[in-house]
Design a protein around this ligand. Sequence first.
Ligand code: FAD
Ligand code: MLT
Ligand code: ZN
Length: 490
Amino acid sequence: ADSYPDLKRDSRFKEISSEDVKFFKDVLGADNAIIDGYSQDATSDLEAYNADWMRKYRGQTRLVLKPDSTEQVSKILKYCNDNLIAVNPQGGNTGLVGGSVPVFDEIIINLGRMKKIRSFDDVSGIFVADAGVVLEEADNYLAEHGHIFPLDLGAKGTCQIGGNIATNAGGLRLLRYGSLHGNVLGIEAVLPDGTIVDDLSKLRKNNTGYDLKQLFIGAEGTIGIVTGISIICPQRSPAVNVAYFGLESYEKVQDAFKEAKKQLQEILSAFELMDSESQKLYNKASGNKLPLENEHAFYCLIETSGSNTDHDSEKLNAFLEHVMGEEIVEDGVVAENETQLKNLWACREGISEASQHFGGVYKYDLSIPLPQLYDLIVECRQKFQENGLMDPEDESKPVLDVVGYGHMGDANLHLNVAVRRYDKAVEKTLEPWVFEWVKERNGSISAEHGLGLAKKPFIGYSRSENMINLMGQIKKLYDPNGIMNPYKYI
Ligand code: FAD
Ligand code: MLT
Ligand code: ZN
């Protein structure tokens, strides 16, 4: 684990005393609402909260608080603010930029016990729930009512809808349903001084002044804690089809994307890209067979969601016939049942796990104009071949593989460098080179994962000094004592 030799604990922040712990215990009431490493050794219980999903970032908190109401969050935050106690808000702890775990001894406020679904209206599709509801549970509830949560991602079984909002997660269906900035209608949040931001609007249209809820979408826990959300959910499509196909070049991938948009139009709900290396790594890590017989340089996964199975299948088959006839696509397969559909999706969603399976991973989540998107992977691979740090066979080399995949439909590339171990020479090869490369092409150094701790030094590659200053003003206004998720990007 990293121990952050370049960072220093801010001495303004109070060290927790038994009096503080007593205050929190009184507010929370229940025994299972607190993990207290001050009164006893709780190291092993604290581990799941201190270590992030990648096991790359690790904090040293000795106190986890799990409130079960907005009022409790408000009392806790006010106390922390009055006493200068640093706080790390936490949802499902699936974040990929080191933002979800403390750096030093910040206390963790974990939303896992706030998981009530507050209301759902099946006429408007408006869903209101506590921030701690797990994304998959929200979606399962909505499925029973014929609706779908307008966000889906590989971590759905663990991440929370409050965490999704805090990171403005993008995921697998942004292409179809758009971003949370459009779908979230209201937010309930608590500011460090205990103020409850009661903006849990259920209105689709509400032009009455500043839209302050937008500030919390993507703020990564730096200005307050989201405790409730209201979101508009679309009708769930009864007909879902998935196709997986192989292509010989990135040019052909672009052609296929153009054709998919043209021919599938309103039923297209995902267009995902995976390179050959990512699929081989998935196969090696999971042991699962790949869907196509032969190897291809690139693979795409297309999902369609519509209201009429026959109509959609006909359209998808016509599309596949066309792209194969035109030699855009080399080979393809369409899922014929639910199991096959899940297996095809697993080839895409399983890459995150596979890329860190053999040791660790350096992750870059980038927006790049589509025509240049894959050039980065090619150049990155070249760099590691030239400097001799990469060899899949040679245990002495730190880099196993460079893989490229992502949300082609949103021009969002994931560059993952799978390593046997974390190594400064690998990091030096990648940074700031990747960020410079992206800046030169007017892309973004964080498309959907956020900045957290990992990307903190690099915000200037995607935001001007003016913009960073304006963000600083907002931070000062909402969190004047700087107790919210300190040491992170702002
Ligand atoms: P956490 O990881 O707990 O926290 C993330 C950040 O939000 C932290 O800064 C934390 O302080 C803050 N936070 C959490 N809850 C709150 C709250 N209630 N109020 C205020 N701040 C809060 N991301 C994508 O965008 N697209 C993907 O496709 C995607 N796929 C993933 C697949 C896998 C396998 C994994 C492991 C991760 C993936 N992610 C993806 C990243 C991650 O899942 C998302 O960022 C997710 O939204 C984080 O939710 P969480 O509840 O786990 O939040
Ligand atoms: C994905 O699209 O799979 C995610 O953003 C997670 C990742 O990149 O690991
Ligand atoms: Zn992603």
